[in-house]
Design a protein around this ligand. Structure first.
Ligand SMILES: [Zn+2]
Length: 467
């Protein structure tokens, strides 16, 4: 019997973990961290209901922390191989080390609050540290796209391009158990056509069971072609007001795409030559990994690279790692563009920049990624007149714009088109939705039912489904 248990990213967008079991094999797909309300996610992350000793292998779809960030916890009792593409393997090192650092900083911050006698604060320990991350990195096995590899008794793995972030993969598994054979595909996070830098998602063939993400199952993105102009208009408008543009950005992919796009807009003289700061030590490290993996680029990005003109460098662009240099940016009066992590404004340097810009109506905050519930980013998107930053309520006078064209996730049409393309190339009979909040999943289920997909189901957390 072949089953799949949905342990995380089930009717929610974080904590991606799906456990494939047969009579003789156990393979975990992704091992992500839950994010959101601190206490609740901490408990969920700490108590992973998986016995690492019983696993044959782990397969990692891509390097985002909500897919990879719980590996250091799992690997306390799992010593086997973790399969990932070479780019994902190289991105995992800075991503996981950064996650460990954030947890240590968080724990220190909370300890300080307790010391100051703040009521209602409970001490936390970091979930893991550097040594745990080092163990994980020693277990990752790089497997290039399109190379089939046996990973457990009766289970073979092939990665194809998901077009979501550098190195991201759709996981295709051929499973055999007690005379039953099955090909399943797990989208990981599904990208979009025509995203900057990356190639478009590939479509697997012969798939019977599709496990699809559903983040934007209820939404349509603006066309990517208009993205550059939208961004340019915001920059020109803010520049005329004499303001600053703060772009909270995920360090992986989004930051590199924005830099790539700004470079193009500058070359075409569509934006004024403002100073641009990429203020995130993690982004700096990840951008180095991008430079190492042109095999993941689309033709346009590769052509740029061939011309000796780095896609990630231009005049007036400064990568900031140093803390003092980061603080100095906020002291400047002149208009500028500041790209800083974290993407959902929950931690990191972007908080300092928001603190210094949010109450001035000349400034703009440009939101370029998905904002989960209970995050500062979500509150900005909702247009709240006041927001809490570093524990203090502040009036929000800066303009807030949402540029969802930058999303690295397929929208409803993209997800439905992908499922249809899979059905055209194989005997697809089962679609399971993961990685989405319930309204998005319901809308996507309806859209798929409208296209004649009979069995679409969004499993609840902990549910086990027979394939
Ligand atoms: Zn992702």
């Amino acid at each position: 019997m072949i089953t799949l248990a949905f342990i995380g990213a089930a009717q929610t967008v974080t904590g991606s973990k799906h456990l494939l079991r047969t009579s003789r094999a156990a393979v975990l797909l992704d091992c992500g961290l839950f994010q959101g309300r601190r206490r609740e996610s901490f408990e969920k992350n700490r108590n992973i209901p998986i016995d690492g000793r019983a696993l044959d292998a782990v397969v990692l779809s891509h390097a985002h922390i909500d897919h990879s960030g719980a590996l250091p916890l799992l690997c306390r009792n799992f010593d086997g191989p973790i399969y990932a593409t070479p780019a994902t393997r190289d991105l995992a090192a800075p991503m996981l080390l950064d996650a460990a650092m954030i947890q240590e900083a968080d724990a220190r911050h909370i300890a300080r609050l307790i010391e100051r006698g703040e009521p209602g604060v409970e001490a936390v320990d970091p979930l893991y540290g550097e040594a745990d991350v080092a163990k994980v990195l020693g277990q990752i096995v790089g497997l290039p796209y399109h190379r089939r590899q046996g990973i457990a008794p009766g289970v073979a793995l092939t990665f194809i391009d998901a077009g979501h972030v550098l190195g991201s993969a759709i996981v295709v598994l051929d499973v055999e158990d007690e005379g039953q054979t099955l090909r399943l595909a797990f989208t990981g996070d599904l990208g979009r056509h025509h995203l900057p830098i990356l190639r478009d998602p590939e479509v697997p063939s012969g798939v019977e069971c599709l496990i699809s993400e559903s983040t934007y199952g209820d939404r349509m993105h603006g066309p990517i072609e208009l993205l550059g102009e939208d961004l340019a208009a915001i920059i020109r408008r803010t520049h005329e007001r004499g303001g600053k543009i703060v772009i909270p950005s995920f360090a992986l992919e989004r930051a590199q795409e924005i830099v790539y796009e700004l470079k193009r807009l500058r070359q075409e003289h569509r934006i004024p030559p403002l100073p641009v700061y990429v203020d995130s030590p993690l982004t700096v490290k990840l951008t180095d990994v991008f430079r190492m993996h042109p095999e993941c680029y689309d033709d346009a990005a590769r052509a740029l690279l061939r011309g000796q003109d780095s896609p990630f460098q231009f005049d007036g662009l400064t990568y900031v790692s140093d803390v003092e240099a980061s603080k100095a940016i906020d002291m400047e009066e002149r208009p500028s563009i500041i790209i800083a992590a974290s993407g959902m404004c929950e931690a990191g340097r972007v908080l300092h920049h928001l603190r210094s810009t949010i109450s001035d109506s000349r400034n703009t905050v440009a939101i370029v990624g998905f904002q989960a519930q209970h995050t500062l980013g979500r509150r900005l998107v909702e247009g709240r007149p006041e927001v809490r930053i570093f524990g203090v309520m502040r009036p929000r006078r800066a303009e807030v714009v949402v540029l969802d064209g930058f999303s690295a996730h397929a929208d409803q049409k993209g997800l439905v088109d992908f499922a249809e393309a899979v059905r055209e190339r194989g005997p697809l009979r089962q679609v399971l939705l993961v990685h989405g909040e319930p309204p998005a999943q319901q809308a996507l289920s309806r859209a798929l039912a409208g296209r004649g997909f009979p069995t679409v189901h969004a499993p609840a957390a902990g549910e086990r489904v027979r394939l």
